[in-house]
Design a protein around this ligand. Structure first.
Ligand SMILES: Nc1ncnc2c1ncn2[C@@H]1O[C@H](COP(=O)(O)OP(=O)(O)O)[C@@H](O)[C@H]1O
Ligand SMILES: [Mg+2]
Length: 341
């Protein structure tokens, strides 16, 4: 088992008590004191339904939030304090030591440049490579991400590639400068299921080969399950459960995590079991409101849940859950079974 100080020495990203609000007519808090950390070479899966604040967190780390965003707390990225860094230093970091990929590669790729040129441009900006050496490296990167005939493909424009190939090209661009951290925000959501699985495999193998850390963001628990070492579950702007992937998936401690897992279709033999969606939807209220924000959708809520916000409490074995009921021996799945009998 890894010791805590080993982890701190190898830390790539540490987010501490990060709160983010968006100012419109009034300020709405969308992240409330979020803390998480990622060690070197580790993949943290951040999962939650749409609107929970996952992209806001990813963008805050890259300092890519719009001008109406307010931020409070601390973000330490590769030892640097992100919130106080000047814009020049931040630009050097983006696309270099820290890279990001998104759901829609078309929005990140330049439509008027060949994919080869886009990669060499990144190499020229962030590394010493120029000219033929940069071109050779670009072709090598396209090969690494599984693009066949990479030397020819380097001359193609984004619109000439399929969705999956475009996502591969974006991944090639993202890894071109040997990032220490890759932030992947819903990188497979726009793809069909088979291509999705191929991209997940690619990300997992690159992550290992390049020993880069990854923040993998998705609303899809099964995608997260296939790549993450650790999982952080986000609900309405707060982390509600965190822990090593395998035990969290096997034995979720928070009713929300349990609900997300129940909505993942399983294939039992030849039969696909019915999807059980969590009733209701994420409230649009302030993330720092009193009480547990999952309460209106929770089958186990007690009076206390309406008035006091549960802390993200240690439940043993390196796991934590933000629920008044969660403990070393209370689990929503078992509780639901005993309620049914
Ligand atoms: N620029 C913005 N201005 C105001 N509200 C925003 C802005 N961006 C996101 N939000 C709100 O913040 C919340 C979290 O959004 P987001 O981080 O995109 O969630 P997720 O990525 O988990 O789907 C949502 O309620 C969304 O409407
Ligand atoms: Mg998002």
């Amino acid at each position: 088992m890894e010791r805590r100080d080993d982890r701190e020495r190898d830390e790539v990203l540490a987010v501490e008590d990060l709160s983010v609000g968006f100012v419109q007519d009034e300020t709405r808090t969308v992240l409330a004191r979020v803390s998480l950390s990622i060690g070197r070479g580790e993949t943290l899966g951040l999962v939650g339904e749409s609107g929970c604040g996952k992209s806001t967190l990813g963008r805050a780390v890259m300092r890519l939030l719009p001008a109406n965003a307010t931020m409070d707390g601390r973000i330490r990225l590769l030892g640097a304090d992100v919130l106080s860094m000047d814009e020049r230093a931040m630009r050097r970091l983006r696309g270099g030591a820290v890279a990001m990929i998104f759901q829609n590669p078309m929005s990140a790729l330049n439509p008027v440049l060949t994919i080869g040129r886009q990669i060499t441009e990144a190499l020229e900006t962030h590394t010493g490579l120029r000219g033929r050496a940069a071109t050779a490296r670009a072709v090598e990167l396209l090969h690494m991400v599984g693009i066949s005939r990479p030397a020819d493909r380097a001359h193609e424009y984004p619109h000439q590639l399929s969705g999956g190939m475009r996502q591969r090209a974006m991944i090639a661009m993202a890894i071109s400068c040997d990032p220490k951290l890759l932030i992947a925000d819903e990188p497979t959501t726009a793809l069909d299921v088979t291509v999705q699985a191929q991209i997940l495999d690619l990300l997992a193998s690159l992550q290992e080969k390049l020993s880069m850390a990854m923040l993998f963001i998705s609303h899809d628990m099964s995608a997260v399950a296939s790549v993450a070492d650790r999982i952080a579950v986000m609900y309405a702007g707060r982390i509600v459960e965190e822990g090593a992937a395998a035990p969290l998936l096997r034995d979720p401690a928070h009713p929300y995590t349990s609900g997300l897992l129940n909505s993942v279709p399983h294939v039992d033999g030849a039969r696909r079991t019915r999807l059980q969606a969590i009733p209701g939807s994420v409230s649009a209220g302030s993330a720092d409101a009193a009480g547990c924000s999952f309460r209106p959708r929770c089958g186990f809520a007690i009076a206390r849940c309406a008035v006091e916000t549960p802390p993200l409490a240690d439940i043993g074995a390196g796991r934590a859950a933000r629920c008044w009921l969660a403990s070393a021996d209370w689990r929503p799945a078992a509780a639901a079974r005993s309620m049914a009998t």
